[in-house]
Design a protein around this ligand. Structure first.
Ligand code: SF4
Length: 242
């Protein structure tokens, strides 16, 4: 060859051996784009299987549980959605269906069971109580929504929601599952996942990761007072005007 590049019957031999080898592989092996295979084939198949076989863990905490039980009976027939296998063990469940009032005494158990569930896992808050505290919001013994403890995927409003509303919420969860990819769901993330910290039962629930900070503040009343939000009363406002 005039340019000095050796040539064999129809195959251009590249400059380095490595590039020549890469050329050969490209010619002889069907190299696919794995991203496209995952997007078009694996994700739809994987999500189709998951969305139609969600195993809920029934977390009946109050009156909403009656409607949840109705939903699983023959009139409403939750098995049409492949979700009829209510499990008593978190190890066998991937949906925590919280139906009812979450009390502070129950909060550590809710978090512990959530941490024990298999990934990828979901939480559905059924009813006003589980979503935001309901009629007992701000009560001394009630958590203002289960989302204060664990991440919630679907909220179903109502006091109590009808079985049809719960089924609609489950269909929304199916839509959410459909949009996920095997590359993103928690199970496929690298490294260990840190569980949600269990709240400590005391005068109020607090995050145990801030225990040291809270203890230090409690020892120093002045800095605690400096952080307090001052609520201005009408009398204060009048006194200021004068
Ligand atoms: S939302 Fe209403 S029906 Fe449901 S647990 Fe609370 S009070 Fe009971």
């Amino acid at each position: 060859m005039a340019d000095g590049t050796p040539q064999t019957s129809g195959i251009q031999v590249s400059r380095s051996e490595e590039e020549w080898l890469e050329d050969q592989v490209r010619r002889s092996v069907w190299v696919t784009q794995w991203d496209k295979v995952i997007d078009k084939l694996i994700d739809p198949l994987y999500n189709w299987g998951r969305r139609n076989s969600v195993w809920p863990m029934g977390f009946g905490l109050a009156c909403c549980a009656i409607e949840m039980i109705c939903t699983s009976a023959s009139r409403f027939d939750i098995s049409r959605f492949g979700m009829e296998l209510f499990r008593a063990s978190p190890r066998q469940a991937d949906l925590m269906l919280v139906s009812g009032t979450v009390t502070k005494k129950m909060a550590p158990a809710v978090v512990r069971l959530y941490n024990q569930m298999a990934e990828p896992k979901y939480v559905l808050a059924m009813g006003a109580c589980a979503s935001a505290g309901g009629p007992f919001k701000e009560g001394y013994s009630v958590v203002s929504g289960v989302d204060k403890l664990v991440p919630v995927d679907v909220y179903v409003p109502g006091c109590p929601p009808t079985p049809q509303a719960l089924l609609y919420g489950l269909m929304q969860l199916q839509k959410k599952i459909d949009k996920q990819s095997v590359r993103e769901v928690a199970w496929y993330r690298k490294g260990e996942t840190e569980g949600v910290p269990e709240p400590v039962l005391g005068p109020d629930l607090f995050d145990p990761r801030r225990a040291e900070e809270i203890t230090a503040l409690a020892r120093d009343p002045q800095s605690l007072a400096a952080r307090a939000v001052k609520i201005q009363t009408k009398a204060d406002a009048k006194a200021e005007k004068k």
